[in-house]
Structures are given as C-alpha cells and as structure tokens.
Design a protein around this ligand. Sequence first.
Ligand SMILES: C[S@@+](CC[C@H](N)C(=O)[O-])C[C@H]1O[C@@H](n2cnc3c(N)ncnc32)[C@H](O)[C@@H]1O
Length: 278
Amino acid sequence: MRFLSHLIALLSDSALVLRFVAGRSGAGYGIGRIRKLLFARRIFVNAHRVRSLTTWRQHLLLVDAVFRVPPATPGDVVECGCYNGASTINLSIACAMAGRRLIVCDSFEGLPAPLNDERAVLHASAGGYYKWERGQFLAEGGIDGVKRNVASWGEIGACEFVKGFYAESLPRLAPGPLVLIFEDVDLASSVSDCLRHLWPRLQEGCSFFCHEPWSVPVVALFYDREWWKREIGCDPPGFYGSGNGTLAGLTYSNMGYTIKVNPQRVIAEGESIRHQES
Ligand SMILES: C[S@@+](CC[C@H](N)C(=O)[O-])C[C@H]1O[C@@H](n2cnc3c(N)ncnc32)[C@H](O)[C@@H]1O
C-alpha cells in the first residue's frame, strides 16, 4: 500500500513537471522548454534549501502563473509572507526571467498578534486546528537573513523588500499595477489587509494566490459581499481550488486562487461555456 501511494505521488509529480515544461507558459518571454526543465529542477532543489512552509509544487505553480502573464501587461509581482524566503528564492528567479520586479512584504518579525477569534483556526480536513501566536514564523536572521538566502540562491536584483506589518506597510507601497499576488500570511486579518491594499492594483485577468484554502475564515472573505462593497467597492470575486477531494496519494498544490475579472465585460465579450456530457 505504501509502495503504491509513493508510486502515485511520483506519477502525479512527474505530470506536474511535464505540464509545466510542455505547456505554453513562458513562450511570450522567450523562455523555452529546456530552460523550463532546468528551472523545474532548480525549483525543487531551492525549495529544500531553507526552512519553509511551502512546497516545490506550490513554487512551480506560482512560477508557471508568472510566466503566463502576457508580457505586454505591465506590473509587478507581490509576495506577502516570506518567512525565510523559500518561496521568494524561486519567485525571484521567475521574475528576473520575465523582467518583472518582485515586491516582498513581511514584518520579518513573524505574525502580528492574532485577533481573539483567529487564535485557533480549525483545519477540519486535517482533523485539527492551527494555533496562531504573535511572533510565529519569525525569519531566521530577520530581514538580513532572508536577503542572504535570496542572494545565495535566487535573484536578489529582482527584489524589493518592504518591512512592516501590512496595515501600515502596504498603504505606503509605491503606486503601480500588479500582475500577480501571492499571500501566505495565515491570519484572516492579514489576508484582509492584503486584499484591501493590493486588490485595487491587480490588473484585470491576473491572479491572487492564497495559501490558506483550508481556512474557513480566510476563504469566507472572498465571498463576503458586505466587506467587498465597503472596502473595495465591487462584488466579491469568489475562490477556486480548495485542494480537497483528491485521490489518496495524489499530490496537488493545496493552494487556492481567485482571478480579477470584470463580470459585465466577461458576460458581454466572453465565450459561453457548456457542461461537457460524458
Ligand atoms: C507561513 S509564513 C510564510 C511562509 C513562506 N511563504 C515560505 O515559503 O516558507 C507567514 C509569514 O507571514 C508574515 N505575516 C503574517 N501576517 C503579517 C502581517 N500582518 N504583516 C506582516 N507580515 C505578516 C509572517 O511574518 C511570516 O513570515
């Protein structure tokens, strides 16, 4: 049984890499399949270099998404929540290859104090709960430690580091469009700060990746009509891919995302989609 689940994992990991390498992403940037194959290997190695809370599969998915942004769409990539910089290392390489800037936002002092109702958050499908505390996920060596890691294995030239808690730091970011946002910040209050300050700058058709698809309070935010009307002035975007319901042993990204679209435009100009009958 154990052998079988290892075999399934190996096959599904190979399929992930094959999909990345053989897919069209990167073509617009002149990034061919050989470079993608070599980069996939580097992503795997890099993901294990520093203590991390993300996986190489998630890095691969994010890199693929960076390469899928049309080159003509201007804007930076933002990462919120870098811890020791594992995801930052691989994202920085992707951004350098695509000629984009990676803005890395973190307190570099770990989580802020959680609100009372988010100190313990249920992860029902894992049969337990997360207990969040102020200072958790403090970067080893602080911001200098993260910079050292990115300088050693990533592309520090593509990065701009923004230190501070999001409620204060994100409103002070230099203005400009964004083409991809990746948040891995655990707390619903932190995710709401990211959405409040970054969503208005996300270009249409671009993605907001969320590392907490298992968290009811986080996912609920993406459907909270009142919050979106009050804070952003639009309807909630909803959420895709909560990463559950897969076959045992099959590996998957365990990340969720949403895409910024203008519903009126999609309905006026987009294609209507039909259910496929089997
Ligand atoms: C789970 S860790 C990120 C893991 C990282 N992506 C990796 O690859 O290992 C969460 C990070 O979010 C940051 N964070 C969470 N809420 C924050 C806030 N409100 N302001 C600034 N940083 C925050 C923490 O400092 C921590 O570095």
